[in-house]
Design a protein around this ligand. Structure first.
Ligand code: HEM
Length: 248
């Protein structure tokens, strides 16, 4: 199901929930009483927003207390890179979680989580381009062309930009179906991120974490494929029943 449809379904579900009073007559349905979900969603969103700042706070705290280790730039690059991947995985897990638990409200955290992935990716890239390359564009381009792990990391970052730029609700309304097609790029981004991590660690003969995150991404993508195939089969069965009834 598309995100537009999901958003609509979630909105309908919220409206039909027992705790939601219908709008008073004369308001044309525009005024909607706040449901129980609406009441906890705001504090929960603030909680998630603050919690997601933990990786940044940790870097700042370690920096202030001289605990970034012998190579602070490497520490910051690796930390922001890993947290980008963590937020990408959490963002990808939102829809499966919603389907498995039936809690539609989790979808309302997805945009924030996706934007945090972009935020940490930007910090990651900025650390590299600033402290590793001192804004030497020629050096950066050479690196992108020469080192495959940088090439795929850069591709993942470039693909993230249009997703972040079109994350506001206004963009969703304006783009319609094209929004959903565009945002499917998140799967390609996750695969590129794993390749980036894998290639980087392969040189160091330390593939434990890339294998772990690779398995998480494969499971999340596999769930999507299984859900899509299940939907198609259910559609086919429904069509067969309708055909059966009309020919009888
Ligand atoms: C979505 C985009 C990206 C993700 C998810 C990502 C993720 C990661 C991860 C997980 C690591 C390893 C962290 C660790 O060692 O624990 C890493 C390291 C690194 N990444 Fe990225 N990255 C991305 C984009 C980029 C870009 C655009 C660049 C630069 C053009 C880049 C340059 C690097 C460098 C230089 C390292 C450290 C290599 C080392 O310490 O030897 N990454 N990244």
């Amino acid at each position: 199901m598309s995100l537009d449809t999901q958003t609509l379904t979630a909105a309908t579900d919220r409206r039909n929930r027992p705790g939601v009073r219908p709008a008073p007559p004369g308001h044309g349905g525009a005024v909607r009483a706040r449901s129980g979900v609406d009441r906890w969603i705001r504090p929960a969103k603030i909680g998630v927003f603050v919690a997601a700042l933990y990786p940044l706070a940790r870097i700042v705290l370690f920096g202030l207390t001289d605990r970034l280790g012998a190579n602070p730039i490497e520490f910051i690059t690796r930390s922001t890179g890993l947290w980008t991947l963590v937020f990408l995985c959490i963002t990808l897990a939102v829809t499966p979680l919603r389907r498995m638990t039936g809690v539609n409200a989790v979808i309302r955290f997805r945009r924030m989580l996706g934007l945090y992935a972009f935020f940490y990716a930007t910090l990651h890239f900025t650390t590299y381009i600033w402290f590793d390359k001192w804004f030497n564009v020629a050096e950066v381009l050479k690196d992108i062309g020469k080192r495959p792990f940088i090439t795929v990391g850069f591709a993942a970052f470039v693909l993230l930009i249009p997703l972040a730029a079109t994350s506001p609700k206004a963009a969703l309304r304006k783009l319609g179906r094209r929004w959903q097609t565009l945002h499917r790029a998140v799967y390609a981004i996750a695969v590129l991120a794993i390749l980036h991590f894998w290639w980087m660690k392969a040189g160091k003969h330390d593939l434990i974490l890339p294998k772990l995150y690779g398995a998480i991404v494969i499971a999340l993508l596999g769930w999507r494929v299984a859900f899509w195939v299940g939907g198609k089969l259910a559609d086919r069965r429904r069509m067969a029943v309708v055909r059966d009834r009309t020919t009888r």
